[in-house]
Design a protein around this ligand. Structure first.
Ligand code: 5HY
Length: 251
């Protein structure tokens, strides 16, 4: 089995770290990639919008190269719906994956994210995925995404402290790490705070692996049918699709 893990930002060092975390939890082949075009990190609605074209390009390329399922390794789950329209295999975002896993481990969970400006997106995803009654807190670290792995930075300590607050002050039974760049912190933080800490990269890989093993993929019935054929102009001309993907038969 080959699983594609796409880091939608363009920072290769983060992609490598994400890929290593993914490979640790599966015997499937993990192909971790990032687009050549797009933002160096995704910390705003603007970044998120500009990350999607490159993400979709990588997903189509990855499936052409044999990937059977895809993980979108960014906590905002950018482009998830568009990816599900064009991908043949199942597509899972790390936020959705982590939240589903968290709800199997306790009544409530909390989320610890990077900048406070991303709290609204995390809240929107909580509501969209139907976990409003289960998510008791979303706290930010006020650390930029690319500062998470700077040697000697206080990032690990700050993320650990926020996770502790989400448990001890907000009453969460588990904690979801709100950034793919925190994947490396997961085990250490779980050890420190004594409750399950969920890294969406690992959760996403295992969920995609399960879906592929079950022979399941996105329903083509209506919303996630291949996009209608039309022209795209200017810088997006290359995204013109000559014909919809062949319908996929699923069990
Ligand atoms: C992520 N940004 O997982 C998100 C985290 C965030 O570049 N990778 C990014 O702060 O939204």
């Amino acid at each position: 089995m080959r699983i594609l893990v796409v880091n939608p930002n363009t920072t290769a060092a983060m992609t490598a770290s994400i890929g290593a975390c993914a490979a640790r939890v599966t015997t499937a082949e993990v192909v971790a990639v990032n687009p050549a075009m797009g933002p160096a990190s995704i910390e705003s609605h603007y970044d998120e919008a500009l990350a999607v074209p490159g993400l979709l390009t990588e997903i189509e390329r990855g499936e052409r190269d044999g990937a059977q399922g895809t993980v979108i390794a960014c906590f905002g789950d950018p482009g998830l719906d568009a990816a599900r329209e064009i991908a043949v295999g199942p597509v899972v975002g790390i936020a959705e994956a982590a939240m589903h896993v968290a709800t199997l481990l306790g009544r409530t969970f909390g989320i610890v994210t990077t900048l406070s400006r991303t709290i609204g997106t995390a809240q929107d995803l909580v509501e969209r995925y139907g976990f409003g009654a289960r998510c008791v807190a979303i706290r930010a670290c006020d650390i930029a995404v690319l500062d998470l792995d700077v040697p000697g930075s206080p990032a690990r300590a700050v993320v650990t402290e926020r996770c502790r607050q989400v448990v001890e002050e907000d009453g969460a039974d588990s904690v979801v790490l709100g950034c793919a760049g925190m994947a490396d912190f997961c085990d250490e933080i779980a050890e420190a705070i004594g409750v399950p800490v969920i890294d969406g990269v690992a959760a996403g890989v295992k969920l995609v692996e399960a879906l592929v093993a079950l022979g399941l993929t996105t329903s083509r019935r209506d919303e996630y049918a291949p996009p209608p054929v039309k022209a795209y102009s200017g810088a997006l001309e290359g995204f013109t699709r000559r014909k919809p993907l062949a319908p996929v038969t699923v069990r």
